[in-house]
Design a protein around this ligand. Structure first.
Ligand SMILES: Nc1nc2c(ncn2[C@@H]2O[C@H](COP(=O)(O)OP(=O)(O)OP(=O)(O)O)[C@@H](O)[C@H]2O)c(=O)[nH]1
Ligand SMILES: [Mg+2]
Length: 440
């Protein structure tokens, strides 16, 4: 429901990151854009053409010379009139340019306000608007790809297709309710139940892809733990592909935790090396062991490292939610060693077994690279999908009470609609757009 520029003021912000760069961009959106262009550039540039222009402040002092781009409403990012001024990317130049736009009538934009307007103007639905932020924040190649897919509308389209199924099924049900006297014949019942099953399957698939996407978005927290000297730091270095942690033959080498952000198959991981767990000799090591325990307590996955051929990894106290993978290192020193079921044998020294370890880590994290590609879903989306799923399940138990059946379908559809923003409260919008960067 585009509402036009009516009632909205004109906003401006520096759209490029703070600091120095080749180019910096000030973006202005709103109905005052022609007036602001007149004040800063001396004219309104030709629509959608790169125009070389001189930028001047209210006192007519030269600020910079750059490129001006004018997008008349509604053919712009926000759907309003937009002016983009590309100048030299220095913080002072950008602030002067922004100041000039404000002096000419704009006000400073709040975080995410451009995208919020794009949503309000119907340029993007809510899931797409969220994907804008997720694409900017993407921590890995795969996360960026999934965000780009959501931004292009693939996720919204899948939600829309599911909603259409539910609408059709609701129409069918309403028709059955309209003729209660004749009774609902078996044919119609079967048809309704079959359609419901199909809708549930489609929803299940969406949920699966959304859960994958959530892993991609948040990444997983993997902690290396175990006795001293088993090769935890050597494994971190191997997985990170560089010498991050100090390795020595002396047990108790690692004191402080060492964190490294890595990527396996496009999946972001925070890998943490910790002090070997033992009754510590000195105060520093004791604190290190304490930190190691804290790290383990908050991990999604703990790699318990032991030496190949040893009696096995210690029974560590793991938090309820954490997955555990036993890793036997130094396999090169124990020829013929076979890791027990579910565990992996590796050698940080030779690199043997590392691919297997990487695959196991992804598996344990619940990541499957096969099958459908992920949607970069947020917790909010998953909750809505789960709600919809619960309503469809409830509907499946109402085959004899079609009013209830229809009502569950309506509730499921409502939950799905909240993902794309068909039904949204203002505070949710504030919550979502408030987390954006300024200028987006
Ligand atoms: N032969 C062999 N030696 C290894 C292997 N991995 C590590 N080592 C050696 O084992 C010793 C201890 O390695 P670290 O990586 O420091 O072990 P750690 O578990 O981090 O030890 P702490 O920090 O003291 O708890 C070093 O001398 C490494 O070179 C391996 O796969 N094979
Ligand atoms: Mg170490």
């Amino acid at each position: 429901m585009p509402s036009g520029d009516l009632g909205r003021d004109t906003i401006a912000a520096v759209a490029t990151p703070p600091g120095r760069g080749g180019i910096g961009v000030v973006r202005v959106s709103g109905s005052d854009v022609p007036r602001i262009a007149q004040a800063v550039l001396g004219r309104l540039p030709r629509a959608r053409h790169a125009t070389v222009a001189t930028f001047r402040d209210a006192a007519d002092t030269l600020i910079d010379r750059g490129i001006a781009l004018y997008f008349p409403a509604p053919g712009s990012y926000t759907g309003e009139a937009v002016l983009e001024l590309q100048g030299h990317g220095g913080p002072v130049v950008m602030q002067l340019l922004l100041r000039a736009c404000v002096d000419a009538g704009a006000r400073l934009a709040e975080p995410g306000e451009f995208t919020r307007r794009a949503f309000l103007e119907g340029k993007l639905d809510l899931a797409q608007a969220e994907a804008v932020a997720d694409l900017i924040d993407a921590a890995s190649r795969e996360a960026a790809r999934s965000a780009a897919r959501s931004l292009s509308g693939e996720f919204s389209a899948a939600i829309g297709a599911l909603c259409t199924r539910l609408i059709e099924l609701r129409a069918l049900t309403e028709a059955m309710l309209d003729f209660p006297d004749e009774g609902v014949d078996q044919l119609h019942r079967d048809d309704a139940m079959r359609r419901l099953t199909e809708a549930r399957e489609a929803l299940g698939e969406l949920l699966g892809r959304g859960r994958q996407g959530k892993l991609l978005r948040a990444g997983i927290h993997v902690v290396l733990a175990g006795a001293p000297n088993v090769g935890k730091s050597s494994l971190l270095n191997r997985l990170a592909g560089e010498d991050r942690a100090i390795v020595t033959p002396i047990p108790g080498t690692t004191r402080d935790t060492v964190r490294e952000a890595i990527e396996i198959d496009g999946m972001p991981l925070l890998l943490v090396d910790t002090a070997g767990l033992r009754e510590a000799g000195d105060e520093v090591e004791r604190l290190g062991v304490e930190r190691a325990r804290q790290e383990v307590a908050t991990a999604d996955l703990v790699l318990i490292v032991a030496e190949a051929g040893s009696t096995g990894p210690p029974g560590a106290d793991l938090p309820a939610g954490a997955a555990r993978l036993d890793v036997y290192n130094k396999a090169d020193l124990a020829p013929g060693f076979v890791a027990p079921e579910g565990a992996v044998a590796v050698s940080a020294k030779t690199g043997a077994g590392l691919d297997r370890l990487r695959r196991s880590i992804l598996e344990m994290a619940g990541w499957s690279s096969t099958g459908e590609s992920a949607f970069l879903a947020r917790e909010r989306h998953l909750q809505a999908l789960e709600q919809a799923s619960a309503h469809l399940e409830a509907a499946s138990r109402e085959a004899d009470r079609w009013e209830f059946f229809a009502e569950e379908l309506r509730l499921a559809q409502h939950a799905l609609g909240s993902i794309t923003g068909e039904y949204t409260a203002d505070d949710l919008l504030g919550e979502i757009f408030g987390r954006f960067c300024i200028g987006k």
